[in-house]
Design a protein around this ligand. Sequence first.
Ligand code: PRP
Ligand code: MG
Length: 181
Amino acid sequence: ASHVEQDLVNVLFTEAQIRERLAEMAAQIEEDYEGHDLVIVGILRGAVMVMADLARAFGRHVEMDWMAVSSYGSGTKSSGVVRILKDLDSDISGRHVLVVDEIIDTGLTLSWLTANLSSRNPASVEIATLLRKPEALQMPVDVKYVGWDIPNEFVVGYGLDYRERYRNLRDIATLAPHVYS
Ligand code: PRP
Ligand code: MG
């Protein structure tokens, strides 16, 4: 076990900043969906923290469901083909769906996923993401709610991992190059 602090370069967003931004996003979402039933869909595993905090920032009822997906191929997402490892438990036909993830990187995961969910005849499908890397985008993704746009750097914490480590950090930080080089 190493000291986690030595692996991090720079804290981008603190726990308090994340909480504040999610509260703003939740307020906007509540306003936009007022009077409508809403199911939020978290994408395992990275979205666990943002789902937990966003859901609790709502003052309204919201249903929570989950999907787990994985890209085909040798560890890269370049194929753009996604496989469902765990599907929704609920039927979303006729319902308003908000997909929640912690980061959009190339956009391949959410571009495929929203197309997949749209084919199930929901009333609507929108995306909320805490982070987005505009420079890394390979597929156009129509995102309704974004916490922050960030540079194309390796970030960890608050659900974001590097080889399954650092997910449980409270802050979001950039990873020191010595860790991955
Ligand atoms: C990460 C992240 C997003 C996705 C974004 O998940 O949590 O879901 O990649 O990348 P993209 O925009 O390039 O598709 P990952 O598939 O690594 O699994 P995890 O959530 O279990 O960490
Ligand atoms: Mg993910």
